[in-house]
Design a protein around this ligand. Structure first.
Ligand code: SF4
Length: 355
């Protein structure tokens, strides 16, 4: 089912590892007004009502609750939605006050995704995060007191200086907070750990620790207690349509048209400028492989057209080799990458691309 994504490209400061376009500025009110205008203007683009709403960033929690509420209400009224099947807001621990937690609950937020990244204060300072481990623990308690019963925590592994023991210590601190969902990302680029073997080990340590504690891995980076998978994000991987609002936000029609707003906030405020592309048959096929095979469910063959199935059949020798080496599992109706190989899923998937 379709989803709505609203982008808030503001951060109080920049974390060292982050590539997101985020601006340290405070012109939130005109931005919220431009967002609401865009939401009104594009309400006709979906033929089926959306079921999920996601406020991401950047740092949506930086904005005053009154502005978040106005934008949420605009989404509701423009798309005729009474209750969302899932309404997620991303927060940073240092923004979570009791008043903000209550306001999120009152505006119908059903899921909070908190960027914690680590429970080690020295690591947090190095990353230039603005919060301490104690603040993250307190933010969780504040959200729980406000009634939040669907909490996701983000962690990062695979960065310079992170030992296996240090990584597990953060994972265990996260588990102690009893979240319903955990997302873990590898730090890439300049600050990432160049020792690929250690990164792989940390990924597998994480898999073991979380599954031993009742979590189910459902995608490369995502783990949930049963039934707590993110519905909004799962729809991306099955190529459901979504509309993205705000500077830099992307939209997809569920078939082959992708579009995006200019990431520049000033350009966005001056009047929405956007680009778009129509995917070729080959791009659609590669995208189906790339998105579905990153999930634990894998690729249902029924999702492929006859032409796409023919393209896959051309890769029979590769499939045969990948399945003999345990990198691909094949059923009559689907292909999947086993969880122990998900860490290298990108290279496996690329082997299946047409020549
Ligand atoms: S708060 Fe989030 S979006 Fe902003 S710089 Fe840090 S990681 Fe990036």
């Amino acid at each position: 089912m379709p989803g709505l994504y609203v982008h808030f490209p503001f951060c109080a400061s920049k974390c060292i590892y982050c590539d997101f376009y985020a601006r340290v500025r405070k012109d939130w009110k005109p931005y919220a007004e431009a967002l609401m205008q865009e939401i009104r203007d594009r309400a006709e683009e979906l033929s089926v009502p959306p079921t999920t709403l996601y406020f991401g960033g950047g740092t949506p929690s930086l904005l005053p609750a009154s502005l978040l509420l106005q934008v949420a209400e605009q989404c509701r009224s423009s798309f005729g939605v009474r209750d969302w099947a899932e309404f997620t807001v991303e927060v940073n621990p240092d923004d979570v006050t009791p008043a903000k937690a209550d306001a999120l609950r009152d505006m119908g937020v059903s899921r909070v995704s908190m960027g914690v990244q680590s429970f080690d204060d020295a690591q947090l300072r190095w990353m230039r995060r603005r919060h301490t481990a104690a603040q993250a623990v307190e933010a969780c308690a504040t959200l729980r007191r406000a009634g939040c019963d669907n909490l996701s925590l983000d962690l990062i592994f695979g960065f310079q200086g992170l030992t296996d023991a240090g990584w597990l210590a953060s994972v265990d601190r996260a588990l102690a907070l009893q979240p319903e969902h955990i997302s873990c990302y590898q730090m890439m680029g300049r600050w990432g750990d160049a020792d690929e073997e250690r990164c792989r080990r940390q990924y597998h340590l994480l898999q073991e620790r979380l599954t031993a504690n009742g979590f189910i891995q459902y995608e490369i980076s995502n783990y949930a207690l049963p039934g707590r998978e993110s519905r909004h994000n799962s729809a991306y991987w099955s190529r459901e349509p979504y509309l993205g609002f705000g500077a830099g936000a992307h939209s997809f029609d569920g078939r082959r048209r992708r579009s995006w707003n200019s990431p520049d906030i000033d350009a966005y405020l001056a009047g929405r400028q956007y680009g778009s592309e129509t995917l070729s048959d080959r791009e659609v096929y590669e995208e189906k492989l790339m998105l579905a095979l990153r999930t634990v469910q894998g690729l249902p063959l029924a999702a492929l057209t006859a032409e796409e199935r023919a393209l896959l059949a051309q890769k029979e020798p590769v499939l045969e080799r990948l399945s003999k080496t345990g990198k691909i599992e094949r059923d009559t109706d689907r292909l999947r990458i086993p969880v122990r190989e998900l860490f290298v899923s990108d290279s496996i998937i690329r082997e299946l691309f047409p020549d």
